[in-house]
Every structure is written in C-alpha cells, then in structure tokens.
Ligand binder design. Structure first.
Ligand SMILES: *Cc1c(COP(=O)(O)O)cnc(C)c1O
Length: 349
C-alpha cells in the first residue's frame, strides 16, 4: 500500500493509530520477563484482564489477530475437518486461507447480508458423517464484520446461531477483532457476547490503539493447548510485556472512547446519504467503518479515492465501485467533518 507523503486525514484503517503519550509512558514503565517461561508479569496481567472482561477462564496474548484466529481454529479442527463461515469474513477473505495452507482444514462459506448471517441460512449445511465428506466441526462468526462495513451481528441472531451450532455439536469461534466496538455501540458487555463461543479473539491494534497484538480466550485447558500451538506458529514471544503494556493501557483508557469513532462515522454516513451518486452500503453504519459505492459518474473507486487524496484525505478503494473509510482516534471530529464536506464535493468545488 503506497502512502502519499501528503496524507493529513488518514481513514484507510483503524490499525494506523499510533500509541499516545500516556500509552508510551505505560510501555516505558512495563515490568517484563521471558514470556515463553511464563515470567512476564505484564503479559500475565493482560491475559488475566482479557479473560475477566470476556468471562473466560484464561487468555493468550498473540502477535496478530490472524494468528489468534488460526490457533482458535487449530484447537477445534484437524485435517479433513471443515469450518463454516460467512463468505466475506476476515478468516476467509484476508488470512490467505491459512487454515487450509497450514492445517489441512476445509471451509464452507455462506454469504450474509453485508456480513450478517441468519440462522436459517446455516440449517442443512452440516456434512453427513460418511466416507465422501469432510467433517463439519466449527462455526466461525465475525463481530463487528469488517468487510460488511463494521456491521454488528445482532445479539439475538448470535444467540440463535450459536444455540443451533451447539445443538448440532459444532464448536464456536468468534473473530472479535472489533468486538469492543459492538460492546460500546450496543451496551451489551463483552462477556455476554463471548458466552456463546468456545473461543474468542480480540484485537488491541485496531480501534483500541495499541501498537501490537491480539488475545485469544477460552477454557484454561484450551488456552494451555493454544500456548503450545502458538509456539509452533512462531508466536512465542520473550519480553512481550513491552507491547502488552500498550494493550493493557488500551483496555483501561480506550474502550469507551470508541463511541467517538462511531459518532465520526455517522458524520461521514450523513454526508454520503446527502450526496447524489454515493450510496451507503446497506444504508446503515453501526460502528466505525463506512463502506459506500460510488456511481460511475464519479469514476471508479480508485479515481474517486485519488481525487480525495489530492486534498490530503486517504480512503481506500475496496472494490471496483466500493470505497471504505474507517474512523479512529487519530482522526478528530473536525477532520471527519472536513472529510464529509469533501465527500459531498470531491472536486473541491
Ligand atoms: C484486523 C482483523 C483481524 C486480524 O488482523 P491482523 O492484521 O492479523 O492482526 C482479524 N479479524 C478481523 C475482522 C480484522 O478486522
């Protein structure tokens, strides 16, 4: 991804956030040890904190959300097994099919509506237990849904889908990279969302604003095995307290403020609704991701984004006519308003 020197307002992703002064102080002060020897007190404190927030017995700090998902899948499936997932979820779309590359696991995808699944769509998807079929073992959900435009899989549907999966004997994994966005937007606490899943991964390096890392959580027994798999995937880290301190700081200081990112996204959404030739994907913005299509009279998505970049604003083309803007803590409300004005008049006229 090429980053023009002149980008002033960068809405490409919420991964772009840089550690704040307070976070850097916490990082500088972190007590550390060798975490592969279980001797890093800051990593331990982070894992305890995440487990408590998500109502699980234990948690494991991992270098990335992709690795958290991969380990979660590894816990529940082996070669010849199959996972069920939404067609455009991160695990399917953005993780190189690592479950297939590295683990010999198959996938069956079901297309949701802007990423949102309904229980009826899953009925009948489980393979028969016979000679010709992979064995369906795992259901993966994503909340909020990244490619769906930050949409929240509604709590009731999570409950219904997971109850169905449990009754069918499937394990459940939640890719909760942006679960805290759903928590703040709905007021439903993280542990309530998490109770429907065997394993949950959450990212600290998205809207929470930490520099590195994700956590996977589940039972103590599962996290013991997860720690073992993490080492095989090259994820055993030494004085990781340095980065874990940023994640701990983020949990203390940056959860509630996600509401500000959601408000900034609404400013963009309103501008898009008012602009001829722009159309909000699904006509709805739930959290901090704003996906919209541009009519060909504005040119292609690439052309539209390149016009905005001339004004120092970066948004990303994610399809031929589809554009994505993500709000985060390093873009102010004033900058969101400036972007909104530009969206309504992308030629600066
Ligand atoms: C960002 C993200 C991940 C993890 O990405 P990494 O870059 O591997 O940390 C996983 N799931 C979703 C939905 C994401 O948006």
């Amino acid at each position: 991804m090429k980053r023009a020197q002149s980008v002033r307002i960068d809405l490409a992703s919420d991964t772009l956030t840089k550690p704040t002064h307070g976070m850097r102080e916490a990082i500088a002060a972190a007590e550390v040890g060798d975490d592969v020897y279980l001797e890093d007190p800051t990593v331990r404190a982070l894992e305890d904190r995440v487990a408590e927030l998500l109502g699980k017995e234990d948690a494991l700090y991992v270098p990335s959300g992709s690795q958290g998902n991969l380990i979660g899948i590894r816990l529940h499936c082996g070669p010849g097994d199959e996972l069920l997932a939404e067609a455009d979820c991160h695990i399917i779309r953005y993780e190189q099919a690592s479950y297939a590359q590295l683990l010999g696991i198959a996938s069956q995808v079901v297309a949701g509506e802007n990423g949102i699944l309904h229980a009826e769509q899953l009925v009948g998807r489980i393979r028969p237990q016979e000679m010709h079929s992979p064995q369906t073992r795992l259901l993966c959900l994503e909340n909020t849904h990244n490619f769906g435009g930050g949409r929240i899989q509604p709590y009731k549907t999570v409950e219904t889908i997971c109850n169905w999966a449990a009754a069918e004997g499937l394990k459940r994994h939640l890719d909760g990279a942006r679960l805290f966005n759903a928590v703040v937007a709905t007021g439903i606490p993280a542990h309530k969302w998490a109770q429907h899943f065997d394993t949950v991964s959450v990212c600290f390096s998205k809207g929470l604003g930490a520099p590195v890392g994700s956590a996977l959580c589940g039972t103590r027994e599962a996290m013991g095995r997860a720690r073992w798999h993490r080492k095989a995937f090259g994820g055993g880290m030494r004085q990781a307290g340095v980065i874990a301190a940023g994640a701990l700081y983020a949990l203390d200081h940056h959860i509630e403020r996600l509401a500000e990112d959601h408000a900034k996204a609404q400013v963009l959404a309103d501008a898009i609704r008012q602009t001829d030739g722009l159309c909000l994907q699904g006509d709805q913005v739930d959290t901090n991701i704003v996906c919209f299509t541009v009519d060909t009279k504005h040119g292609t998505a690439v052309e539209f984004c390149s016009r905005l970049s001339e004004h120092g604003v970066r948004v990303l083309p994610v399809g031929p006519q589809l554009v994505r803007a993500v709000t985060h803590m390093d873009v102010s409300l004033a900058e969101a308003k400036e972007t909104a004005a530009l969206l309504q008049s992308p030629n600066g006229t």
